[in-house]
Design a binder for this molecule. Sequence first.
Ligand SMILES: C[S@@+](CC[C@H](N)C(=O)[O-])C[C@H]1O[C@@H](n2cnc3c(N)ncnc32)[C@H](O)[C@@H]1O
Length: 219
Amino acid sequence: MRETVLTNKDNYLASLLKDETELKQQSRKYAEELGLARISISAAEAQLIKTLVRTHGAKRFVEIGTLTGLSAQYLWEALPEGGELWTLEKDPKHGEMAARIFAQLDQSKKKIHLVMGDAREELEKISAAGPFDGVFIDGNKAAYFDYLTWAEKNLRPGGLVLADNVFLSGAVWGETTQQRFSEKQIRVMQEFNKRLADPNLFEGAIVPTFEGLYIAIKK
Ligand SMILES: C[S@@+](CC[C@H](N)C(=O)[O-])C[C@H]1O[C@@H](n2cnc3c(N)ncnc32)[C@H](O)[C@@H]1O
């Protein structure tokens, strides 16, 4: 969940990044219709992940948690010609809205594959298309460690791991948060962060956005 009370800093950043394309605005409208606007990525964070993917040079990228296709558009834009994005979504309603968005993108030079189903199962099915250059983890919190385990096997050495919400609004360091997280979600996220911090496996950093964004390179 994103912070609902915007600071002057948030407002300033938003004012610099106010010109999202019509299709991105449509993704935001769909998320609003679902009552889920608060879990869509902010423009500032989306611009950050886009820049990271572009700088990394990733060509074959995976996203876990499509919602209405907003972050997917940023990731897809970052890919070079010939690039492919696989984006995984469990909820048919979310997927149907994302599909409407993706159908309007010119995919003649790079592709988006919307993969419907539980990512824990679907990731195994897309493994044959790997190894991949990177993954953006933004799905169900209780499965973050499983997603990382998949990434360790299916990203190439030097592959990029991006993960949103790694602070769980402060629950990972014991804060009582407005949004309630289960003990399992908290434990999984703590283990997830610990594993990404293992210098034998990854090299990375956490950007202290409100939700926490992990950026790591697989060794
Ligand atoms: C935080 S939202 C993703 C937001 C999106 N990345 C964006 O910023 O535009 C999380 C999404 O993950 C989906 N999800 C939850 N559990 C899932 C699972 N097991 N497999 C795939 N998707 C899942 C939810 O339905 C929801 O649409």
